[in-house]
Design a protein. Sequence first.
Length: 115
Amino acid sequence: MSGVTIWHNPKCSKSRQALALLKDRGISPEVVTYLVDPPSVARLKLVLKMLGIPAIAMMRRREKRFQELGLAEDTPEADLIAAMAENPVLIERPIVIANGKAVIGRPTEKVTEIL
């Protein structure tokens, strides 16, 4: 299967597990190391639409940076998306994109839902 992308953090065990799951299924995904190559606001909006969730649900709310920026559940959507674009550490991981859909791979098995 081609056309599969994973937003990957090699230091994250869940992200490594999701990548291994894809490879075990014979899938060689495009690996986007999103901390090095952060997604744009437009890309984040597109992936959020594919996920079918609000921006806050795609964020690592316990991340120190979330607190430092003064973000909260009621922060406007546009501000949350901008915060993720500028601070990719706030993006939950891993995110797998395939077949016009996306999923956050927590638990890892969720990745199979879109393959």
